[in-house]
Write a protein that binds this ligand. Sequence first.
Ligand SMILES: C[S@@+](CC[C@H](N)C(=O)[O-])C[C@H]1O[C@@H](n2cnc3c(N)ncnc32)[C@H](O)[C@@H]1O
Length: 289
Amino acid sequence: MTTEQYDDPVIPKFWNLPILRHLNKLQDMSNSSKGVPDYIKTQIQNCIDCINSREDYCDSTTSPSSTAIENMITKTNQHPWQQVYDRGDIQWKVGPGMLTGQMEGSFLKTLVSMANARRILEIGLFTGNSALAMAEALPVDGKVIALEISGYIGKFARQLMDESPHGEKVDIMIGPAKDNMEQLAQEGQKFDIVFIDANKEGYLDYYKIVMDNDMLTPRGTILIDNGLHGGMAYLSPEQSLLPGLEGSNMIITNFNEYVYNDDRVAQVMIPIRDGIMAIRRKDEFEGKL
Ligand SMILES: C[S@@+](CC[C@H](N)C(=O)[O-])C[C@H]1O[C@@H](n2cnc3c(N)ncnc32)[C@H](O)[C@@H]1O
């Protein structure tokens, strides 16, 4: 998503659900049109409530985030990101909407513990929600290497990590992810999980670096965040109703297609939040190893 949206107060909590954007629009239209019967308005509200309640229920039945992650989310929410941008400390607008959140964070944590992962590569740290969630499920000698382009954000995240009991498992590398990944590949580093959650136009490069340099351990998994891209992966710009993203809607669609056609792998799109694609080596997926 473009960065403007993270600060936009009209973006609903579940911005990633296009059906909700359409229903909100329908509600506005019905409220501003003459003669729409109340039972139609009630039914539109029922639809909106059903969607919100489903998401809220999933959150409420998921284990709560740790105190350290709550602290991280609170401090991220309180930080004056607009001022930071206006001062020029960061070159693009960011905001709390970038955080993974409780349900996806818990899902990542579950995958880390299921895989008995020890080494994780995260591409796109922001203030560290997903990095810390995954670190919490690692053994004491486990590591998350987290890549972040912004020195300002990296420093902010480091402070939050240092306040957390599991933060020492997170190493932060500042700079363009591609450069740092190439360095890690040259060093022969391998990872049980690679979580890609940075600039969408970089996804294909990041995926290729991991696959072409054999950076996954045996039974390793690549996880792709925003695999549905707010609906743009499968809708036209007009249908997606996501303001500010016109013209960029094919980025993730093309990426998903590339992975689908890559004979080396098998994958599944999991419709949690904005979609997580889990990619495995095909031999392992089919039980041949
Ligand atoms: C969606 S946020 C990551 C959210 C984080 N994974 C979480 O769950 O809390 C994306 C982050 O990637 C960073 N980023 C964008 N382009 C990058 C690049 N080329 N290299 C490294 N990081 C980049 C942004 O500064 C931003 O902090």
